[in-house]
Ligand binder design. Structure first.
Ligand code: APR
Length: 246
């Protein structure tokens, strides 16, 4: 399976990775769903745009606790670095990620389409101004825009918000053009992100999937299912690629 997957990656013309929360679990960020999923502990309503605009202070308390205090200083793991290495070797054309943790950037990946945005910036709900999160004092919540005193919101996509450009169009472009997708750590449960691997398959791409358990893709679009932790599966894959390219 690893040899077959490695051969597919080496012979692909345009290979794209599609990642979800599972790739960051071994960096210490729990997934959203599954046994110790975040949505079992935190109400996803806090990340719904209508709730946020009505109760910005309450929503920000959860956001700060979760994405800044708990996960503020997590680091990329071997799976993030392996994808960055594949890009270095021109074996990976880019990453479409549903994650907002910026770990692909930190691992050195250059082409990263952040389908759900990220927490690197905050955006003003009133004047749309964007500011780097690390320049904002989060001791007082909700943080306010220096320009117009409007409420600042993380530049991540909340439930009920639209997918940002250019991530949206670039991701669907790749779904049309890529001949190989590597899915890593996603349940495939959230639209419209979850359509991308299905469109890719429909357009003739082959699908390699890495996940600790079956997902919505495994029995429908996946050609090679590498069941296991992302770090171990990606390291095995890199070893196979090195073996073949020796
Ligand atoms: N290695 C590989 N896969 C793993 C690992 C691991 N170490 N740990 C968990 N997984 C898998 C789980 O089996 C599951 O399929 O990662 C997936 C995590 O699923 P979700 O938590 O649903 O994450 P994701 O699919 O990215 O969610 C999509 O939902 O709440 C929204 O915006 C949020 O981007 C997120 C979207």
């Amino acid at each position: 399976m690893f040899t077959k997957a490695a051969e597919m990656i080496i012979s692909s013309k345009r290979c794209i990775a599609f990642t979800g929360a599972g790739i960051s679990v071994e960096s210490g960020i729990p997934p959203f769903r599954g046994k110790n999923g975040l949505w079992n502990k935190y109400d996803p309503e806090n990340f719904d745009i209508s709730y946020f605009t009505r109760f910005p202070e309450k929503s920000w308390q959860i956001i700060k606790e979760l994405f800044f205090d708990l996960f503020g200083n997590v680091k990329p793991n071997a799976a993030h670095y392996a994808l960055a290495e594949l890009e270095q070797r021109n074996l990976l054309h880019g990453i479409i990620t549903q994650n907002v943790d910026s770990l692909h950037h930190e691992a050195g990946s250059k082409v990263v389409h952040e389908f759900h945005g990220s927490f690197r910036k905050l955006v003003c709900l009133k004047c749309d101004d964007k500011i780097n999160t690390d320049r904002v004092n989060l001791d007082k919540l909700p943080p306010l825009c220096e320009k117009c005193n409007g409420i600042l919101k993380p530049d991540a996509v909340f439930f009920g918000e639209s997918i940002p450009e250019p991530a949206h169009s670039k991701s669907f472009f790749e779904a049309d053009k890529a001949d190989l997708f590597i899915l890593v750590g996603t349940t495939g449960e959230v639209a419209p992100a979850n359509m991308i691997p299905k469109i890719a398959k429909h357009e003739g791409a082959q699908i390699i999937e890495i996940n600790t358990e079956k997902s919505a893709y495994t029995d429908s679009v996946t050609d090679i299912f590498l069941q296991g932790k992302a770090t171990i599966m990606m390291e095995n894959l890199m070893e196979e690629i090195d073996e073949i390219q020796k």
